[in-house]
Ligand binder design. Structure first.
Ligand SMILES: *Cc1c(COP(=O)(O)O)cnc(C)c1O
Length: 400
């Protein structure tokens, strides 16, 4: 990394009034990330509130079925049911040390909003979340969850009333209230230093994996597979292995209903696989856009992967060949969702099911080697309604 860039990606494409806030954040982070008091307190919350460390579990039935050793990093066991809390805890504590009193965030389906609401309540912040009006309707349970924890949810009525409009509103709020407010971004996206900060807080995943796999197997894995929306669970598990050149790293994106686009919409969310250079949420990265540079709506069976861009560091690592992007369709992800539930007694998030499906599809090809770690980024309880509805329609309807 050089300055604010990861190769040609990254940067700070924000209104000038926000530049001092980004500088303040970068400076504070540089100070506290080596501060023993801060680190000790973060460690305390990671352990006692979030429930770390999470197990590295040998999926014995899957391993037997596919003839390779498959380990699952159990981020589904983190408080809240996904890896998201690793980041919201880190950022909220940082904001506390910076003297901020208020947290804001945007959320699509509500998962990041919920993880923000948890730390907002626990660390006593005034917390507001921006959410597209359409998403507020679709995800009323998550809205209720956030409200239970004392967070104010603002329904955004502008534009397409979805995530990208919520992002714009959150940025507008930050411009107005930057003095006392921390903008808590939910993935390795946004202007520098966010991609770096979120990556570092999520790297606890990969650090634990490294130690656990050495204890269990006495060697590093041949490959690591992680689903990728913005890319925080992927960067978190990959980062400590970047210099270990023999470990192949596979980010798996949502292939949705295939890699096709209409004028306004992509039928997938595979920005790393087929996106083009553009600007989204304050960073230069690979994005899904039309010929006029307008951002295309993405789509996926899993709300958490349904994002038109991807973290700039992942875009860079893909360009230089250190990571090898893949995609998995809605249909295959759904099959993997059922299969892990039946084989191992673990119901995975639909996001994580993409990583599982890639391993199931490719186990015999040899590209994954003999020892694979999958980042099981979350649990599937939140997806039961989606899956149940599809089942009633006969599952074949996924992409029709
Ligand atoms: C939000 C979410 C994701 C996608 O976010 P990344 O930043 O790409 O990790 C993946 N899995 C689960 C369970 C999520 O909640």
């Amino acid at each position: 990394m050089k300055g604010t860039m990861y190769g040609k990606y990254g940067g700070q494409f924000v209104p000038e009034v926000l530049m001092p806030a980004l500088a303040e954040l970068e400076e504070a982070y540089a100070k506290y990330k080596v501060d023993p008091v801060f680190l000790k307190e973060l460690d305390y919350y990671m352990k006692e509130f979030a429930g770390r460390e999470t197990p590295l579990y040998l999926a014995k039935n899957l391993s037997k079925k596919y003839g390779i050793k498959i380990y699952l990093k159990r981020e589904d066991l983190v408080h809240g049911g996904a890896h998201k809390l690793n980041n919201t805890l880190g950022q909220a504590l940082l904001a506390k040390y910076m003297g901020k009193k208020r947290l804001i965030a945007e959320t699509g389906a509500g998962q990041h909003g919920t993880a923000t609401a948890m730390v907002g309540a626990n660390l006593s912040f005034e917390t507001e979340v921006y959410m597209g009006a359409k998403d507020v309707q679709r995800q009323h349970m998550n809205v209720y969850r956030m409200e239970l924890m004392g967070t104010k949810v603002n329904a955004v009525e502008s534009g397409s009333k979805t995530l990208k409009d919520a992002i714009n509103e959150a940025l507008r709020d930050w411009v107005t209230n930057v003095e006392n407010t921390h903008y808590l971004i939910g993935s390795v996206v946004g202007p520098h230093p966010y991609p770096m900060i979120v990556r570092d807080f999520q790297s606890v995943i990969g650090q634990e994996v490294k130690q656990q796999i050495m204890e269990k197997e006495g060697r590093l894995p041949d490959s690591i597979v992680a689903c990728t929306g913005g890319g925080s669970n992927a960067m978190g598990i990959f980062h400590p292995f970047i210099e270990d050149k023999d470990v192949r790293l596979f980010p798996v994106e949502a292939g949705g209903c295939g890699l096709k686009t209409t004028e306004k919409e992509a039928l997938h969310s595979a920005s790393l696989c087929v996106g083009e250079d553009g600007v989204l949420q304050g960073a230069h990265t690979k994005v899904l856009q039309n010929e006029y540079g307008q951002i295309l709506e993405s789509s996926s069976i899993s709300a958490g992967l349904d994002y038109s861009g991807v973290g700039p560091e992942l875009a860079h690592l893909a360009d230089i060949g250190r990571i090898e992007p893949r995609y998995v369709t809605d249909e295959d992800a759904l099959k993997a969702f059922y299969e892990l539930s039946r084989e191992e007694g673990i119901i995975p998030a639909l996001e994580s099911s993409h990583a599982l499906a890639h391993v199931m599809n490719m186990a015999e090809s040899g590209e994954l080697g003999e020892l694979v770690v999958i980042n099981l980024s979350g649990r599937g309880d939140k997806d039961l309604e989606t899956v149940f509805k599809l089942k009633e329609q006969g599952d074949k309807e996924v992409c029709q």
